[in-house]
Every structure is written in structure tokens, then in C-alpha cells.
Design a protein around this ligand. Structure first.
Ligand code: ATP
Length: 627
């Protein structure tokens, strides 16, 4: 489980002070891919697995196109036979028209159902693989990106990719073939008129291509805007208490409104260039039809064409108008899909650097002693956090990390389960480099209890059993008893089946802590990583949490970040960290006697504690050390 503290780090949380736009790794990547690259990758990854459905849809499209292409010829015969008064032939032509439209309807149904089936598979596949990539990605990458942006990619970008793939098959396939069949019919009826009527098509193609480019740009900006919008909304909602406490509702509304307006602006631009496709196609087709009416009409008058030829020809042109318009829209829709895919691909391409090396063995936990050997570490942005750390936690011992805020304590803790890897130096457990064992066995060997434990929106039972899916009810209850949580859980209306609500909101801080301790109890790992709670629990609650922790520490190799020195007086060893270095180490008494940083911290806390009403917790250190 990622440390809450680390995740919460980006950005100060004082409202009104934040930049309007948080850097977004999803948009920072330059879109160096061409439309062709994107389309061929989309086809390879999403269409290929469903090629049978796609081929059936395409065959159905050929039938639709063929049946549509026959209609102008039937109209020609109908008109010629009206003039020639052949009622038998007329009936036959009418029957033919019914047959052609019926075939067209059935084939359209088949192609639509197939393509929509593919479309749903595509969305599900994209969302599934995106989520898997994000969950497996390095913590540094995930915590550097606002979750709202992932949500926007999940919800909007994935469906846009689906739409562009399904549309390109239906429209490019069916409409293109239909237009082709109708052009064929025109040439069959009269090639000179056909040449005249189709000269507008290349002009339409060029103009529509231009519009497609504009749509893609607007769509890309719109998607980035949607990402920013989901980010600000989810941030405002998750920090709603701070928003209210600082009376910043209006600021948040204004910030979100700016984002909404931005999205609206881009959506309108995309819509306008998309909407332009229809009038462009319509006007140019109209010019073509007008030319055919005039010159075709003249040919009928001079006897070069029959009335059927002209009627059939005009109906072919009219029938071509709708698919031509859709074909024009396809270009813009496809460009929206390309823009969405360009945002999705970087997520799908994430390869975690923190992973099990090939052929790695499982961690042997018979000896769970932890060692940090000359560990240096800096974060991705270059911030040096650790400068040559040497720490030893003998098996079964409790070692505490103490130091001013920002000195590097959490960073040290995060290196044990490999949330991050040292820049140089190494971390070992029982002599095994943590980078050389399987990640699964490493994470299974340790339990992490954070300052503000995260609870899922699920039952208390499921929260305790998180990470121990095979635990029986009796084991869950035993863990809760050891964590001093059973009593309050049993007092809840639905006991262990009570849902804790979004992020455990309905429970008190101390109760949440004890559920997290029960979770760690149940996991029963030999290493315990503890970021001690600083939140002001009331004295009774704090005593319960502390005694639960003391039981949890018993017999485990424990590395604890101590914010309150009274609780670690009896730790086996205390390391004082300052500016990413170990500046002092020893027992509480030794460190106090040294008169250094620890003694200073100790003095300041001694002065503050009675004020904070925490005198009672001084009774606890013996229990906390688990001795
Ligand atoms: N994700 C991060 N990206 C960049 N810098 C970070 C990140 N997390 C921590 N830092 C920086 O690394 C240094 C050490 O931070 P760390 O959280 O380890 O300190 P800490 O001793 O645990 O502080 P505190 O007691 O306030 O929790 C600080 O300068 C901090 O600003």
C-alpha cells in the first residue's frame, strides 16, 4: 500500500494559492506520432483480435453497398417502363426494389451489431489494460499524475478510440463502398454525366481533410481540458473540508468554472469544424446535381438520354449524398480518436522500473534483519533526499527514526518495500538485496501502517482481510481483538459487515488506525514498517492504538518513524536523521546525554506535551517497544 503521505505530497493544499494548471505528464509528451502510426497501432492491437467480426461486418457492408448501387438502375427501369406503359415490367421492378432494400436492411443490421460488439470489446480492453498498467506502474509515476486525469482518460479517451475504430470500419467500409457502387451505377448509366457529377468529390476530399486537422487539434485540447476538469473536481471534493474551513467554496467554483468554459470552448471549436463537413459536402454535391440536371436534361430533350437514364442518374447522386456526408464526418471523428489514442498510448506503454528481476528468487524471511548500506537517493526531480544512510535493524528489534520534518524519514521507510530504489547503495533483508528478490515475496514480508491509514469503501471485514483473502472469520476477529478493535466493531449496527464509507469517513481517527493495525496483524509479516500517527487522538483512543501497536510489534523486525519521542524511549536503537544523513544514534538515554539534536527535540517535546494533554501517554513506552 503506498504511503498516504508520499501520495499526498504534490502541491500545497492551501486553496487560492495553487497554479490553475498542474503539470500533466499525459499531455507533456510530444505527439510525435502520425495519424498513420496511430491508426495502424489501433488496428493491430484492437481490431486484429476481432478480425472475424470485422470481416463479417465488412462483407455485410459490401452487400449494403451492392444493394444500394442496384436501386438507381431499378429506378431507371421503372421510369422507362412508366413511359413505355409496360405494367408487368413495372411490377417486377417494384418487387426488385423491395428485395434490394430488404437485403440492404438485413446487411446493415449485421454490420452494425458486429461493429458495436467489437467497439464494446475495445473499450473494455483499453480500460482493463490501462488500469493494470497504472496499478503496476512505479509509485513515483502514479503519484506524479493527478488521478482525475486518469479518470478522464478512462472515461472519455477510451470511448473516443472505440468510436473512431468502429466508425472508420462502418463509415470507411460501408459508406465508401456505397459511394463506390453508386459511382459505378452512374458510369453504367452515362459516363460523360458521371465524369461531370463526380469532379466535385476530390474537392470535397481535400476540404474535409483540412477540417479533420482542425478537429484533431481542437479535440486534443478539449481532452486535455477534460483531464484538467476532472482533476480540479476530484481535488476539490477530496479536500472539501479544507475548502470549507478556509471559506474557499467560491474560489473552487470559479476555478472549476474556468475549466468548464475551457472545455466548452474546445468542444465548440471541434463541433464547428465537424459541422462544417456537412455544408461543404452538401454545397459541392448540390453544384454537381445542378450540373447534371442542366446537361442531363438537355440530353433528354435532344434524345441522347431516356428519362429513365436521367432519373436513375439523379437518384444515384441523391443516394450518394448521405454516405458521402458521413464519409466526410468520418475523417473528423477519426481524428478525435487519434488524439485520444495519443493520450492513451503513453499509459499503455508504461513499463515499471521497479519490478522483479528475471529469474529472481523469493525473499528468505528466516532472517528479517534490515540493513541500509551507504544509501543515497534523490527523487525524479533531482531533489536529494538521502545522502549516505547506514542503518541496521537486527531481527526482532525495534529501530526508530527521528528527525525534523523533511529530513528523509519516510523516504528511508519507502525503500524497504521498494516503493523507490536507492540511487546508489543498497537495502538488504537477511543479507538479500531487495532488488534481487521477487517483488511479491518482498511485499508479502512486510506490513506497512501509515499515519493516516487508508480504508476502502467496503465492509470492516473486507478492510481487515485486505491482502489476506483466505482469512477465516475467526482469524479476522482475532486480529481485531489484538488490535483493540473488536469491541467497537461489535458495537456497530452490522458488526464486521458494516461498510466504512468512502475513505473510512464514518470512523474516528483512532478506529481507522486500529482497523489498519488489525489488517497488519492478520497479514502477520515478519517486518513492520510503521509511520507513527501524529494526529491528535484523544488520550483514551491513543492508549488503545499504542497498546495495539505494541502487540503488533512483538517479535517483528520493526522500523518506526517516531514523531513523538515518548513512544520510542524503549526502542532498541534510535537513529536521528537530519538533511538525509544519520547525525546521531543510540538509546534514548544515550542520545539525551549526548546533548545533540535528539536532546533538543526531546526537550521541546517535553515542554509541549503537557500543553497538548498527552501526559498520560508517557505511561506507554514500555508497552510500545513490545518488550
Ligand atoms: N515524491 C517526492 N518528490 C520529490 N521530493 C520529495 C518527494 N517526497 C519527499 N520529497 C522530498 O524529500 C525530502 C525528504 O522527505 P521525507 O518525506 O522523506 O521527509 P520526512 O522526514 O519523512 O518528513 P516528515 O516528518 O515531514 O514526514 C524532503 O525534502 C521532501 O521535500
Amino acid at each position: 500500500m503506498p504511503s498516504q503521505k508520499t501520495d499526498a505530497r504534490p502541491g500545497p493544499d492551501s486553496p487560492g494559492n495553487r497554479p490553475d494548471s498542474v503539470p500533466n505528464p499525459l499531455s507533456v509528451r510530444p505527439p510525435e506520432l502520425t495519424t498513420r502510426d496511430v491508426l495502424s497501432r489501433m488496428a493491430r492491437e484492437y481490431l486484429k483480435p476481432h478480425w472475424r467480426l470485422a470481416v463479417t461486418a465488412l462483407l455485410a457492408s459490401v452487400v449494403v453497398a451492392g444493394a444500394t448501387g442496384v436501386l438507381p438502375l431499378l429506378i431507371k427501369h421503372a421510369l422507362d417502363n412508366i413511359v413505355g406503359s409496360d405494367s408487368w415490367m413495372l411490377m417486377l421492378v417494384a418487387a426488385g426494389a423491395i428485395g434490394a432494400t430488404a437485403v440492404q436492411a438485413i446487411a446493415t443490421y449485421i454490420s452494425k451489431v458486429n461493429m458495436n460488439t467489437i467497439g464494446q470489446h475495445i473499450v473494455a480492453t483499453i480500460q482493463q489494460s490501462m488500469f493494470a498498467r497504472i496499478v503496476h506502474a512505479d509509485l513515483a509515476w502514479v503519484s506524479g499524475t493527478h488521478s482525475g486525469r486518469f479518470l478522464s482518460s478512462f472515461l472519455y479517451d477510451a470511448t473516443r478510440v472505440r468510436d473512431s475504430i468502429t466508425t472508420s470500419i462502418i463509415d470507411l467500409g460501408q459508406n465508401f463502398l456505397t459511394v463506390l457502387a453508386l459511382i459505378g451505377a452512374m458510369f453504367y448509366l452515362n459516363w460523360q454525366l458521371a465524369l461531370m457529377g463526380t469532379t466535385v468529390i476530390p474537392v470535397i476530399a481535400v476540404l474535409v481533410r483540412q477540417l479533420g486537422r482542425r478537429t484533431r487539434k481542437a479535440a486534443k485540447q478539449g481532452m486535455e481540458g477534460s483531464g484538467n476538469l476532472t482533476a480540479v473536481i476530484s481535488e476539490a471534493l477530496s479536500g472539501i473540508r479544507v475548502v470549507k474551513a478556509y471559506d474557499q467554496e467560491e474560489t473552487e467554483i470559479a476555478r472549476t468554472t474556468r475549466r468548464i468554459m475551457e472545455v466548452r470552448h474546445h468542444a465548440l471549436r471541434a463541433m464547428k469544424s465537424r459541422a462544417m463537413a456537412s455544408p461543404v459536402t452538401g454545397t459541392l454535391s448540390g453544384i454537381g446535381i445542378a450540373a447534371v440536371i442542366y446537361f442531363g436534361g438537355r440530353s433528354v430533350q435532344t434524345g441522347l438520354l431516356t428519362i429513365g437514364d436521367l432519373g436513375g442518374f439523379l437518384s444515384a447522386m441523391m443516394l450518394a449524398y448521405e454516405p458521402l456526408k458521413k464519409l466526410a464526418n468520418t475523417q473528423t471523428l477519426m481524428q478525435e480518436g487519434v488524439a485520444a489514442a495519443i493520450r492513451i498510448f503513453p499509459i499503455l506503454d508504461i513499463r515499471p522500473t521497479i519490478a522483479s528481476p528475471e529469474g529472481a528468487k523469493k525473499l528468505e524471511v528466516a532472517n528479517s534483519a534490515i540493513r541500509f548500506d551507504n544509501v543515497h537517493f534523490h527523487y525524479g526531480d533531482g531533489t536529494p533526499a538521502l545522502n549516505g544512510i547506514d542503518i541496521e535493524v537486527p531481527m526482532g528489534h525495534t529501530v526508530a527514526l527521528v528527525g525534523p520534518s523533511g529530513s528523509g524519514k519516510s523516504t528511508i521507510l519507502n525503500l524497504v518495500p521498494r516503493f523507490y530504489d536507492p540511487t546508489t547503495g543498497r537495502v538488504t533483508i537477511g543479507g538479500q538485496d531487495v532488488r534481487e528478490v521477487t517483488l511479491g515475496s518482498l511485499r508479502a514480508a512486510s506490513s506497512l501502517v501509515t499515519q493516516e491509514p487508508f480504508l476502502f469503501d467496503d465492509t470492516i471485514k473486507a478492510n481487515i482481510a485486505y491482502g489476506s483473502p483466505d482469512a477465516t472469520d475467526a482469524e479476522i476477529e482475532e486480529a481485531a481483538r489484538n488490535a483493540a478493535a473488536h469491541e467497537f466493531i461489535a458495537g456497530l449496527p452490522r458488526g464486521y459487515e458494516t461498510t466504512v464509507g468512502e475513505a473510512g469517513f464514518k470512523l474516528s481517527g483512532g478506529q481507522r488506525q486500529r482497523i489498519a493495525i488489525a489488517r497488519a496483524m492478520l497479514k502477520n509479516a515478519s517486518i513492520l514498517l510503521l509511520d507513527e500517527a501524529t494526529s491528535a487522538l484523544d488520550t483514551a483512543s491513543e492508549m488503545q492504538v499504542q497498546s495495539a501497536l505494541a502487540r503488533l510489534m512483538q517479535g517483528r523486525t520493526t522500523l518506526v518513524i517516531a514523531h513523538r519521542l515518548s513512544t520510542i524511549k524503549h526502542a532498541h536503537n534510535i537513529y536521528v536523521i537530519d538533511d538525509g544523513r544519520v547525525v546521531e544514534q543510540g538509546s534514548h538515554e544515550e542520545l539525551v546525554a549526548q546533548g545533540g539534536l535528539y536532546a533538543e527535540l526531546s526537550r521541546s517535546q517535553f515542554i509541549e506535551e503537557p500543553v497538548a494533554g498527552r501526559a498520560a501517554s508517557d505511561e506507554l513506552p514500555q508497552a510500545v517497544a513490545g518488550e
